[in-house]
Design a protein around this ligand. Structure first.
Ligand code: ADP
Ligand code: MG
Length: 384
């Protein structure tokens, strides 16, 4: 971007990298430094327009936001301005300001439709052709590495004049980031540097995400605060990691599609009434059918499909399953057990009214086998 300081326009830049690799932080940092330096050496009229496409997701809104930031006195209506009118307005606003306008489109992969991606990005990348006294520079930032693949080639060539890839942070870099934050956030002597190193190592091992490393540190500090202790140690980091894992599991369960939730509930109910024993796929399927029909009024999936979904739950670590063979005639079955605590599953499903109602349900086959009558010393199994 240094050529801005010599009054010329830098190339458009496209930045990729996984989340937490510092893309947003770096762009914001560079922009503030650049603005500071420009005003110091007397380069007037620089505009930075930062748009997070996760918040401004449609093509219309992106163009309207740019117009509104250039001219905050005359806000455009939230919908309804014809596109050509808006482009005309954008061009005249830019021309009248005689500016070098940087437009940052952060999380550009969140633009919600192909139309927004192609036509709006096309319009923005061609603005300079219609400008005499002003210039536009585009900075696109994407968390998805193959975002480029479905872009229109015309957009691609102008948006990606220059490309930057942000790699994941390693443990040493994460440690630096954590340390500078810790110096700001904590009083002297209230943290063990070993704890920071552990945070950095754990986040680096996972995916090198600085956001993750920072939230691990924050959670550790919260644990220390809750315990009214004076110093943050490695043990606190380990407890924080446990808490974060617990939170992510609960979040994951909450977001499961309804059929998956019913399958998970079936596994839970069988296990709960069996005092924690594993259950086989037949029992789970029967319970699944009962719940989906009686309590959810849904059409049941086939047993093959349910088995596939159980395997998916297995892959995500929420349940574990193994195939047991009973010899040539006996066939095979899949034994399934829950890998999260009952309380964790209950907590995750408590907000969902229908699931909550199912948590106390007793599957029919368990009711049948459990109800024993004891009449004058003789035990009878009830016929239900
Ligand atoms: N090099 C760095 N120095 C200091 N803090 C950083 C650095 N890189 C990332 N961070 C911090 O880590 C968090 C995530 O970074 P961010 O730039 O939002 O990632 P991205 O945009 O790539 O998802 C932010 O809180 C940011 O301030
Ligand atoms: Mg970001």
């Amino acid at each position: 971007m240094a050529c801005t300081l010599k009054n010329s326009t830098p190339q458009n830049i496209f930045i990729y990298g996984k989340t937490g690799t510092g893309k947003t932080a770096v762009v914001r940092h560079v922009s503030s430094k650049l603005i500071e330096k420009c005003s110091e050496i007397g380069i007037p009229n620089i505009d930075w327009i930062y748009i997070n496409c996760n918040q401004v997701t449609s093509g219309y809104r992106v163009l309207a936001t740019i117009c509104n930031k250039l001219d905050p006195e005359n806000i455009l209506p939230p919908t309804g301005t014809p596109r050509d009118v808006m482009i005309g307005r954008l061009i005249s606003l830019l021309e009248s300001k005689k500016t070098l306008c940087f437009i940052v489109l952060d999380e550009i992969d969140a633009l919600n439709d192909k139309e927004a991606k192609d036509s709006v990005l096309y319009i923005l990348s061609r603005l300079n052709e219609n400008l005499c006294d002003s210039n536009v520079n585009l900075i696109g930032i994407s968390n998805i590495l193959n975002f480029k693949e479905d872009l229109d080639p015309r957009v691609l060539s102008s948006l990606c004049e220059e490309e930057l890839v942000f790699p994941a942070y390693n443990a040493i870099e994460l440690y630096d980031i954590l340390q500078s934050r810790a110096e700001m956030a904590f009083h002297e002597g209230t943290y063990d540097p070993g704890a920071l190193r552990l945070c950095a190592a754990m986040a680096a091992k996972e995916n090198g995400d600085a956001r993750r490393a920072l939230s691990l540190l924050r959670k550790s500090a919260e644990i220390v605060e809750r315990g009214c202790r004076a110093k943050l140690t490695q043990e606190d980091v380990l407890s924080a990691q446990n808490e974060i894992e617990k939170d992510t599991t609960e979040e994951f369960i909450k977001k499961l599609p309804v059929q998956q939730k019913i399958i998970l509930l079936s596994i839970y109910l069988n296990q709960k009434h069996r005092k924690g024993e594993e259950s086989n796929s037949g029992e789970i399927y029967n319970t699944y059918k009962e719940i989906s029909k009686k309590l959810y009024s849904l059409n049941s999936l086939t047993s093959k499909r349910v088995t596939d979904l159980v395997k998916e739950l297995d892959l995500s670590g929420i349940v574990s399953s193994r195939v047991v063979s009973f010899g040539r005639k006996g066939g095979r079955t899949r034994m399934v057990s829950l890998q999260v605590k009952d309380s964790q599953l209950e907590n995750s499903l408590e907000d969902d009214e229908r699931c909550k109602a199912v948590l106390d349900y007793i599957p029919t086959h368990i009711r049948r086998s459990d109800v024993n009558l004891d009449l004058e010393g003789n035990r009878y199994k009830a016929l239900l």
